[in-house]
Design a protein around this ligand. Structure first.
Ligand code: ATP
Ligand code: MG
Length: 582
């Protein structure tokens, strides 16, 4: 049973105003509710109430990890450069890696992730197939020198991550653990009260091909998702396959049209009185070898540079100066009559569209009805466009919907990328030495906390789901000086503890006006408030307010157990895999 908390002792400096640099609800409210404080850009301290929430999120993550059979360890944040040189990421990771030298001039970094360290840790001691599979995890501080730290805990430079790493003898075993971890990640989101979706994703810096991101749906999220309302397809638009239906221009011959001042797709569509989907957008870039490539995509879509760079290594769009040097007129570029040596590539949605509306490679002119294979030729078709709502589900053909999301966690099948690079092998059943197959699994613990606030708030403050609330019930005596109200509040706290031993209870014993106490209680977001006042006590009752619904009702002090039986639901929901010691 936890101690009763007294507001007069709590270090919870609440703020009336939003901090000037806070743009989104979670950042504003965690600051205003006195839960976190900024130390430097992207670096935050947790105050007591924030710390209570953080411990609860961590406890949920820990329980669910333990339930999968993963074992907790703790690795150092400070990592020797040698390991990163061995994996090749010392050079690949770029300026996000916080690097430093010790007094002997040895290179170190503050870990943004721990694949290198864990692989080196087990490489000489996890030796036999009989010891596999083995999954180790930690809850630990990570460092990434983000180019744009912002949104408080959502994108910070120092943050807490739960990272797990699994080691396997074969692909089936890796798949099994990957599935188990994915299930656990869903349960973690649910227990934290998050509305979430697992989505197809890019593996980025970490590597590997099989990966899933868990997205908390929120407008403040930096990720764009498409999902199918009729099947379980969902993907980050970074990787979502784009299937769309461009509109064919109705003509029998190509015609050159004067389009003075028309340099954007929107202006072109309006000028011609056609849909943007009937136009073709041109973008010009070059690959690592300097080959210039003119890319064409449906006019109503955006280029997906990640997809392009998978086809053309090192692809970058030309700068305005570089484009000028090619002689191509920005805003009027097309595939007809391009200068020699420029490669023509197009989005594969355009493959079956014969007649296009395109720039004429002459400022102020466009072609309508330019015909593939007659007026121009495309050298290569591939998936180059960013999928968007309204496109077609690659799974079932329905129309996709869109949403924004906060990536709270991600699971990866790494294969043997790190075990090979760092020489981590085990002796297999046939006696040969083989590199481990590995998986890695990360939950952004502090980001999850912020995502919860992003989804659970209103104009008055935070609305904590009971599972992660800093405490469950705040008892608010309207006065503290008299000999009736405050003693009743204290007796009430005792009775609640006797009847609902799982509850964490706060008494707002501050000598403040009721308005101040109510405002703070709403801002901090205790799930239930119980107001003790002289008027109610005349009827031997207190007023209960449920923060999530705003619902208010009186409960008699004689029937607290019945009147407050909803508080039984504030018990921790255990893992579906069975009871876990808490
Ligand atoms: P992002 O794409 O948002 O930069 P990431 O894909 O690089 O994140 P991972 O390497 O997958 O991140 O790390 C695992 C988890 O750590 C992420 O799902 C996220 O919840 C959390 N995380 C990553 N970067 C940050 C950050 N700068 N601040 C807070 N949490 C972060
Ligand atoms: Mg990620």
């Amino acid at each position: 049973m936890s101690e009763i908390l007294y507001m007069s002792n709590l270090y919870a400096p609440t703020l009336k105003e939003d901090p000037a640099d806070a743009e989104i609800a979670s950042h504003k409210l965690l600051m205003r509710a006195g839960m976190i404080r900024k130390v430097a850009s992207g670096i935050y301290a947790f105050l007591p109430l924030g710390m209570r929430v953080l411990s609860k999120v961590e406890a949920i993550v820990r329980e669910e990890m333990n339930a999968t059979g993963a074992q907790e360890i703790l690795m150092p944040a400070l990592q020797p450069a040698e390991l990163w040189l061995e994996s090749g990421r010392w050079d690949d990771y770029g300026p996000e890696l916080m690097r430093m030298n010790d007094r002997h001039d040895h290179g170190f970094c503050l870990g943004p992730t721990h694949e290198e360290l864990i692989t080196a840790l087990v490489r000489n001691e996890l030796r036999s197939y009989r010891q596999l599979p083995c999954t180790l995890y930690q809850i630990q501080t990570k460092y990434r020198d983000e180019i744009r730290p912002r949104f408080g805990l959502l994108r910070s430079r120092e943050f807490i991550m739960k990272d797990a790493y699994s080691f396997h003898a074969d692909a089936e075993s890796l798949q099994e653990t990957y599935d188990q971890m994915s299930e656990a990640y869903g349960i973690i989101c649910e227990r934290c009260g998050l509305d979430y979706r697992p989505v197809e994703a890019d593996s980025g810096q970490i590597g590997g091909k099989v990966t899933t991101e868990f997205m908390a749906l929120a407008d403040a999220g930096e990720a764009e998702l498409v999902y199918c309302p009729n099947c379980d397809y969902a993907a980050n638009t970074e990787v979502a396959e784009c299937i769309t239906r461009p509109i064919e221009y109705d003509a029998t011959t190509m015609e050159k049209i004067s389009t003075p001042g028309v340099t954007t797709i929107a202006a072109l569509a309006e000028f011609l009185g056609i849909d943007e989907a009937a136009t073709v957008k041109a973008l010009v870039g070059k690959d690592a070898k300097g080959q210039v490539i003119a890319l064409f995509i449906p006019g109503d879509h955006e280029l997906n540079e990640l997809k392009v760079s998978r086809v053309f290594e090192g692809f970058e769009l030309l700068t305005d100066e570089e484009l000028e040097a090619t002689g191509l007129p920005k805003g009027s570029i097309g595939p007809v009559g391009l200068p020699e040596g420029i490669m023509v590539a197009a989005d594969r949605n355009l493959e079956d569209v014969k007649r296009w509306v395109v720039g004429a490679n002459e400022a102020g002119f466009h072609y309508v009805g330019a015909a593939q294979d007659e007026d121009f030729k495309v050298d290569l078709f591939a998936d180059f466009s960013t999928a968007k709502p309204g496109d077609i589900c690659p799974n079932c053909g329905s129309k996709l919907d869109g949403a924004r999301g906060i990536e709270v966690s991600q699971v990866f099948q790494l294969g043997d990328k790190y075990s090979k690079a760092l020489g981590a092998v085990f002796s297999a059943e046939d006696g040969t030495d083989q590199p481990f197959l590995m998986g890695c699994y990360g939950v952004g613990v502090t980001r999850t906390l912020a995502a919860v606030v992003e989804q659970h708030n209103d104009e008055h403050g935070i609305i904590w789901p009971p599972s992660v609330a800093p405490a469950h019930v705040c008892i608010i005596p309207l006065t503290v000086g008299d000999d009736e109200v405050y003693p009743t509040a204290q007796r009430l706290a005792q009775t609640l503890r006797d009847n609902f031993p799982h509850l964490e209870i706060v008494i707002d014993d501050r000598d403040e006006r009721p308005g101040v106490k109510f405002a703070d209680a709403d801002l901090i977001g205790w799930p239930t408030q119980i107001v003790v006042g002289k008027r109610g006590l005349k009827n031997n009752s207190v007023e209960v307010k449920r923060r999530a619904t705003g619902e208010k009702f009186d409960v008699s002090l004689d029937s607290l157990k019945d009147g407050l039986n909803f508080l039984n639901r504030y018990k921790q929901v255990r893992s579906v895999r069975g009871p876990v010691v808490s």
